[in-house]
Structures are given as C-alpha cells and as structure tokens.
Design a protein around this ligand. Structure first.
Ligand code: DMJ
Length: 659
C-alpha cells in the first residue's frame, strides 16, 4: 500500500500547497487527480495545526536518536546492525576522565558471549551500554546539582589550574636543565682478555654485533627495527611514531665494544633526527626502558650532553601518564595530547605490575640529571600505593586499577606481566648504594612469598617458577622468567641472615632449568614458554609457545652467574647459545627470530628485535670479558641492559654546578 493511502488528510484537491506536496510526494504518482471530500476535508488552519503537531513529533524522534548520549552506538547498533568487533575502540578508550572498568566490561562481554556477528547480542550490548551511560550521566548530574553554583565554578577553576600548573611544571623541568659535572665512568671499556681462546670468542661476538648493526644501517636506518629476511624496516606499535629504537637501544653496546665510528653515527642520528614532538600513542614501559634507559646509559658512558637533554625531554613527555586518581600510570600514552589509557585486554582496566613497576631506576636518574624531584616523586608514589595495599599471601598480583587503586585479577607471575617489578626492587636497593632499605625489604619479602607459593621442583629435580592464579598453580615457566636466576644470585649477598648461599644456589638451579629448556630443542635455543606437566619437563607443549625471538633472559642469567661464581659451565653454555644463534638465526640480512625451535628447518619470523643488540649481544660480550668491564658494584643494568651508575652516597648531592 502506498503511504499516500494512509495519509488522506494531507492530500489536496489540486495536489498543490503543503499538504498536497507531502501527500503527493509520499504517495508516489497515483493521487494527483483525486478529489478530497467529506470528513477528510479540513480547513486551512486545521491543516496547519496538524502539520505543526506532526513536524514536532518527527523532530522529537530524530532528536532522541541523534542527541541522546551514545547515540552513535544506537545508530550503528540499531539501524546498521554493525558487529561490535567492527566498532572503533571508543569503548576501550579510557582517557583521564573515563572509567577504566568500562573498557574491561566491554571486553568481557565480547569474550563471554562470542557476540561478534550476532545482531541480537549486539543490540542488547548496545542498549545495555546506553542504559549504563544514562545512569552514569544522571548520577553525575545529581552530584553536580547538589553543589552550589559557586562551588561548581570553583571546582572547574581548580581543575583547570591544576592541569595548567602540571603542564608548566613539566615544561619548566626541561627549560631549566642545570649544568652537571660529568663523572668519568668506571670500567666503561675493558682490557682484552688474557686468554687467547676467550679473546677470540669475544671478538666473534663483536663481529655478530657488526653484522646486526650493518644490516640495520643498510636496510632500515632510522626506523625502529630491521626485517632481516625482507631487508626492510619493521615498525612496532609500542613506540607509536617515535623512530630509531635500534639506534638508541644499541648505543651503549657500541660504546663498550669500542665501535667508535658506529657510536658517532648513532649519536649524530640522535642529534639530528630523534624527535619526540610527534603525535604518537606509545607504551610508557617500552619507551622508558629502551629510549629513556638507552639515552641515560649513553650519557653516563660518553658524557655527551645531547643524551641527557633527550632523556629528560622524553621523561617530561611521559609525565602525563601519571595523571590518574591513584598516580599509578597508564600503560599507553599519547605523548602529544597527554591522554592515557590502559591495554584493552588488561583485567578490569588495570595497569600492569611489570610496566608501572619498571620506571623506578630511570626516573630516579631523571631527577638526578635534571635537578628536579618530580620524576622521583612519581615513582615513590607508586611504592606508597603498593605498600598500602593488602597482598594476597604476600604476593603482588599483576593487575592494579589506576582509578580505584585496587588490585585486579589475582594472577601472579615472575615472568611476563610481573618480572621486572621484582628486578627493580632489588636494583633500587643496589642503585641507592644500599641506602633504600624499603626497597630491600619489599624485595626480600616478595621473594620469600614467591619461594613459598610459586617455586617448585620437578620429579626429575629441575627447579622452576610456576604461575599463580588465585591460589592455583600453572606449571609453566616463560623464557622471560629465566632472568630470575641472575636476580636471585645478584641479591644473594644482602639476603637475610644465613640465606646468601641459598639464593646463590637458587640462581644456579634456575640457570640449569633454563639451560635445559634450550638443550631439549632441536635448534638449541629456548622456547617462549615450557611446561612441567603431563610427563614433560622444560619442554614447550603448545605450538604457540615454541618460538624464540632473540630474547636475552637466559644469557642474562649466565652473565650474572659467571660474574658471581666463575663456574666455567656458564661460559660453556653461553658459547653453545652463540653457536646456535649463528647456526639458526643468522641470515644475510641480520639475525631473525624463529617460529619453532623444535623443527629441523628454520622458519624465520623476520624480525631483528632491538633488544638483541641492547641485551643479548651485550650480555654475551660481558661473559667473555674480564670483570673489570662494567663492574657490578658500580653499574646497574636496567631491564633492557642499559647502564645506570650506582648513586653512591657521596655522589648523592647531585653534581650540579649552580653557576
Ligand atoms: C626486553 O625488552 C626487556 O628485557 C624486558 O624486560 C622484557 N622483554 C624484552 C626482552 O625479552
């Protein structure tokens, strides 16, 4: 039936005027010659009133769709039936004003119901979200209405002032960078090893660094990483549009290997091209450990001002990440707008322990080198929040909500998501010249809880660190977890009474287990994760855990164990790793990760990770160097193996030359 047939009131005898136009138009071509008569014949004024009522009704309907909060979702969900999976990540965006739990909520719904593609679920999902938004808006409006207008105005002014002050303070830090007396580094370059065989091995590792560097320079110069098979640049979203990750990550390795020309060309690139004034959403953790850490390290080794300047400049850019109700920083930050958010997958919109817990060392040095306490204040506040929280069985869960300041999911791990938090507690103690007693206590308390609840021995005697999920153990250990052998050994000297030998032994046992994870593969390189269940020990059982991406943690532990015990087996194991890297990861265009270390033939992932140059090759080089190269009592390695000097007590009064 034509619509015109439903609307006799609007047809006019001549088909002209307003009513005729509308009726004729809607009804199509058939009603033009019909004569209006009887009750349907209205006077002009009546017609006008009716028209007014009708247009008011239409306006109301459209208004509801377009102007109610979240109407865009209503439009896409109701009118266009778009799949939630295809919608923009707006529901995951949790800027300073948004609630982090919204993001997690959205994700949980998707995950549980398998909603993508199911229009009914999508509709329900959208309506629920609209309801939620309405309720929240009402709540907020009610709260605001209870205030006097003067109070509201004052709140707005205060908030504005706070943001402006923060911005000014952040800028001032950079503008007023004070002169600093450069302290010549201790053991920044070492002697040639006396033993010819060791000398040769060390020279081989330097040659590997040259191969990795030259290929990066040739095919990916100025980009973040190299694709050694495709022979082109590789960009990771971790750094947004910040460029040059490999250059900054490699600086200190080039320096200690005395690759002077390469160091100079890297320095020139930093001077001319390293640019942080970009519109980039970055991982605060990754940018801190690689870029801030790499620049600080290059400064402390070379004394070149450009590195201090760039490190502080970048540090300032990261400060808005801390603008959260608890001061626990966001994981992701747009360094132009200063808007932060968390990973959409993180439990309950939480920040991640290993991320916000791995800023401490670099931020203390930023305060040290800028003469401004703001960086140190930010990381000390993280510690305060952590110390005020109840810990389940003395353990630190991996998730902490920055809005509520409360734990998220109870998942504890010394590998991914938790790892470097523990490392930084120990290193904060060591870097403070053993004055930061709070860090020491936190570290040893945490390690004690880890030993009780996570560390186990397999039936054939391999010690491993499992993962803890709300009281249940998953008998899996990640490649990342293997750094812990070195950590236990490094902390052993200061362990509570009588436990020094115990922690050295624990370090050695973890090193052995991780060595086994390498030795039980075809490639003699370790998988991403290995298990101790279903009759296997130190072997990956899941296909998606069989890859190796040039990670350093196992040789990192060998390095500490070698330095602390001089047991020759650590040099032997390290050399086996060198041979495996040469046999399976070296290609014409550099070094590549492997998709499956149990296969007989290499399947390359085609990425030369920047940490291969920053960490893996540096630790290997140190294993075949004398101990006077970067002595452990003077240098702390950040989690990306960048070098930070111990802030010894007589150096604490910043060597600032207030001229
Ligand atoms: C590096 O970026 C750092 O070592 C970090 O702590 C963990 N992941 C990689 C290397 O595996």
């Amino acid at each position: 039936m034509p619509v015109g047939g439903l609307l006799p009131l609007f047809s006019s005898p001549a088909g002209g005027g307003l009513g005729g136009g509308l009726g004729g138009g809607l009804g199509g071509g058939g009603s033009g010659g019909r004569k209006a008569s009887g009750p349907a014949a209205f006077r002009l004024t009546e017609k006008f009133v009716l028209l007014l009522v009708f247009s008011a009704f239409i306006t109301l309907c459209f208004g509801a769709i377009f102007f109610l909060p979240d109407s865009s979702k209503l439009l896409s969900g109701v009118l266009f039936h778009s799949s939630p999976a295809l919608q923009p990540a707006a529901d995951h965006k949790s800027g300073p004003g948004a609630r982090a739990e919204d993001a997690a909520d959205g994700r949980a719904r998707r995950g549980e119901e398998g909603a993508p593609g199911d229009p009914a679920a999508a509709l329900e999902d959208n309506l629920a979200r609209i309801r939620e938004n309405h309720e929240r808006a009402l709540r907020e409006a009610k709260e605001t209405l209870q205030k006097l207008p003067e109070e509201i105005q004052r709140d707005i002014l205060l908030e504005k002032e706070k943001v402006a002050q923060d911005q000014l303070r952040d800028k001032a830090v950079f503008r007023r960078l004070p002169p600093v007396d450069f302290v010549p580094p201790i053991g920044a370059v070492g002697r040639e090893p006396a033993d010819a065989a060791i000398r040769e091995k060390r020279a081989k590792i330097k040659e590997m660094m040259k191969h990795a560097w030259n290929n990066y320079k040739r095919y990916a110069w100025g980009l973040n990483e190299l694709k050694p098979i495709s022979k082109e640049g590789h960009s990771s979203s971790l750094f947004g549009s910040i460029k040059g990750a490999t250059i900054v990550d490699a600086l200190d390795t080039l320096f200690i290997m005395e690759m002077k020309d390469e160091f100079e060309e890297a320095k020139s690139w930093v001077e001319e091209n390293l640019d942080f004034n970009v519109n980039a959403e970055v991982s605060v953790f990754e940018v801190n450990i690689r870029f801030v850490g790499g620049l600080l390290s290059a400064y402390y080794l070379s004394g070149e001002e450009i590195f201090r300047k760039k490190a502080v400049e970048l540090g300032v850019k990261l400060l808005p990440a801390f603008h959260t109700p608890s001061g626990i920083p966001w994981a992701l930050l747009n360094i132009k707008s200063g808007i932060g958010r968390n990973w959409p997958w993180a439990s309950g919109g939480s920040s991640i322990l290993a991320e916000f817990g791995t800023l401490h060392l670099e931020f203390l040095h930023l305060s040290h080198l800028s003469g401004n306490p703001i960086f140190a204040e930010k990381v000390m506040n993280i510690r305060t929040v952590l110390n005020n929280l109840e810990k389940p069985q003395g353990l630190y869960p991996n998730y902490l909500n920055p809005s509520s300041g409360q734990w998220g999911q109870y998942h504890v791990s010394v590998g991914g998501l938790g790892d470097s938090f523990y490392e930084y507690l120990l290193k904060a103690w060591l870097m403070s010249d053993k004055t930061d007693l709070e860090a020491k206590k936190m570290y040893f308390d945490a390690v004690q809880a880890i030993e009780t609840h996570l560390i186990r021995k397999s039936s054939r005697g391999l010690t491993y660190i499992a993962e803890w999920k709300g009281g249940l153990l998953e008998h899996k250990m990640g490649h990342l977890t293997c750094f812990a052998g070195g950590m236990f050994a490094l902390g052993a000297d200061d362990a509570p009474a009588g436990l020094t030998q115990h922690y050295l032994q624990l370090g050695a046992e973890i090193a052995r287990t991780c060595y086994e994870s390498y030795n039980r593969t075809f490639m003699k390189l370790g998988p991403e994760a290995f298990r101790f269940d279903g009759g296997v020990e130190a072997i990956a059982t899941r296909q998606n855990e069989k890859y190796y991406i040039l990670r350093p943690e196992v040789v990192e532990t060998y390095m500490y164990m070698w330095r602390l015990t001089h047991d020759p087996k650590y040099r032997k194991w390290a050399w086996e790793a060198v041979e495996a890297l040469e046999n399976h990861c070296r290609v014409n265009g550099g070094y590549s990760g492997l998709r499956d270390v149990y296969l007989r033939h290499e399947s390359y992932d085609d990425v030369q990770q920047s940490f291969f140059l920053a960490e893996t090759l540096k630790y290997l080089y140190l294993i075949f160097s004398d101990d006077d190269l970067l002595p452990l009592e003077h240098w702390i390695f950040n989690t990306e193996a960048h070098l930070l000097p111990v802030l010894s007590t007589n150096k604490k009064e910043v060597e600032v030359n207030e001229k």
